[in-house]
Design a protein around this ligand. Sequence first.
Ligand code: CUA
Length: 341
Amino acid sequence: MRRGGLIQLVLIGLVAGAIATSIAIFVPWLPTPASREAGRINFVYWFTIIICLFIFSVVSAILIYAMINFRAKEGDFSDGPPVHGHTLIEIIWTIIPAVLVTAVAIVSAIVLAKDSHAGKNPLKINVIAEQFAWNFEYPGHHFSPYLYLPVDRGVELRITSNDVIHSFWVPQFAQKQDAVPGQFNNLVITPDRLGTYPVICTELCGLGHSVMRSKAVVLTAAKYQQWYAGLTKPATSAAGGAPGSTASIDATFKMNGCGACHAFKAIPGATGKIGPSLDQLKEDASKAGQPLDAFIEKSITDPDAYIAPGYQPHVMPSNFGQAIPKDQLDALVQYLAQHTN
Ligand code: CUA
């Protein structure tokens, strides 16, 4: 190859590499990681991307160079000269990809192994998914509708579902894990950045799938202890606040995901439109010819008993009767009856 040809090749390679690199770097493809596991996953991602960018530049340089310099002349219909393989080049283009693919495999294996290790004394939290809410069970059977985590401590999530398959995902933690009924799937997270991040269901699980959200809150160790002490304080129910108190009702309502499907003015954030508004319970009860309290309780425990006009049966999960403890259910029914319009 002429020296001018080599320079041309290198220039084309640099231009192609620069274009691809700026697309890779200047578009924020990934959220900023908030866990050590996510940081390692990001490393594998960029390690692989950089290798790909390099190969891409070399291949496009040779391709474009060949297209420009070895074009058939107009009217030239002859076959090209016969070429025998070039052993050295073939060895090189076999060894380089083999080395690169092996490097990617080794780096990925190390990261996978590290990412599934929660370290000594991890915090164990059960994650219970159900249509259409997340529920987090802390040591000692204490429940929270939000995932509170201490920073810089290994957390082992044991993820399961009460009904259909859901999938747990916090974009800033980079990993996804399915929530499968009758099975616990593990996921290790070591948060390393304070903040509040969305918990998203990423498996189509029914009408409320798109609103099946919660939040993960990463706190300092001290703040986490403070929160946990509040969660486990005797005389407050697991749901937070004395049974029957507004805080407790609010927690029962949120933990069971009611607001994802139903609008209810008394509880901030309850704006769902999948099921009938809870602000018209009186009207619906009278249409069903039932006393208000009985109508509300029946509608929670046996949701297909009365279907409000314009809504479909079999949408609301039918296991709330078992999922909500009796005292919480009674308190919730009373609260709904008192606060509906
Ligand atoms: Cu749960 Cu989608």
